[in-house]
Design a protein around this ligand. Sequence first.
Ligand code: AMP
Length: 399
Amino acid sequence: MTFKDFELDEKLLEAISFMGYEKPTPIQELVIPEIMRGRDLIASAQTGTGKTAAFMLPILHKLTGREAREVNTLVIVPTRELALQIDQQINGFAYFQGVTSISLYGGGGSIDWEQEKRALTGGADIIVATPGKLIAHLNLGYVRFETIEHLVLDEADRMLDIGFYDDIMKIVSFLPKKRQTLMFSATIPPKIREMAGKILTNPATFTSALTKPPEAVLQGAYLVFEAQKTPLINSLIADKPLCKSILIFTSTKSKVGQIVRSLKGKGYYVEGISSDLEQREREEVLLRFRSKQTRVLVATDVMSRGIDIKDIDLVINFDAPHDAEDYVHRVGRTARAEASGIALTLVNPVDMEKFNRIEKLIGQIIYKIPLPREIGEGPHWELRAKKPDSRFSKKKNDR
Ligand code: AMP
């Protein structure tokens, strides 16, 4: 299948080829025709599957040749990073079309506010916004959303995790009832189904097949007491001098600070990223990590989604992720493009059940690595019938 088969506008096809896309990804093959037909949609899809193009290309196709300067499409996202990424992609796709878009997110100054107000009152075809910032504008009464024909909710599960349920429902109450609504979510927990039931009409459903970590990733887990986690991380990093890019995920902002301080104390180039940082600071942190000036990046779960960082040698889950899809998603950050990578998860006794559930869902028992001697004895792990992954015993370039 090629992009031509979707009968997209010529200018869009030109932009797609300019961006180097040769053929549609699986989600694009399935979802683009449904959106072209005008159907509502709920799709479980992760970042990295090409989901942005999957929803944006058919919407842009429908905007072809449009003269009116009024808001047509609203994309709601959980974070500023994702708002910026989507806005940038729209700029690429719409390069030859002249469709306009703007991203709205918290943290801007008053000049941004005036520009945003103009966009919301009819200056831009597409608005990409985080809920909080949009609500701030809506509360002032000048926003006109009667002209909206498409609503996209991206990373819906993440938005609910952050606590945006009420904000989203409030935003939806400002939109015309007759519209096309597209909902994308990495996972579809009951709360997402409930929201989908309220805001989608007879949706097509799409589930991505991403349920297993890539084969090339060497996965392991340590059973530790919470107090052993930080010393263990120090020891793991000291033991892997060849790992140039290390990503550590943790559940809270305070733990980000704690891990960063500890690793800095050991002399590593390490930075943390959480919603505490200003937008500009976050972008700078990501840039330094991508360019390998920073060796270790410590991120909260909330920041972990939607940021497209490749070529990571080692992923460490400081806490066991909440669900299997999160686990697969994080582990998939390493071992991209045929390279092998390592993913290690630190599991305390409280999280053991949760980790067992993840293993069940991915259909794999992950090898429990004995703790290094200097960390001391950990909690007792139920011995399970699984031989250690032989790759652990090989000294593979010290990785
Ligand atoms: P997304 O899942 O939307 O975050 O997209 C992940 C990455 O894949 C982005 O860098 C896109 O530019 C890229 N991408 C999306 N669709 C295609 C495609 N059909 N061919 C090649 N790259 C793509």
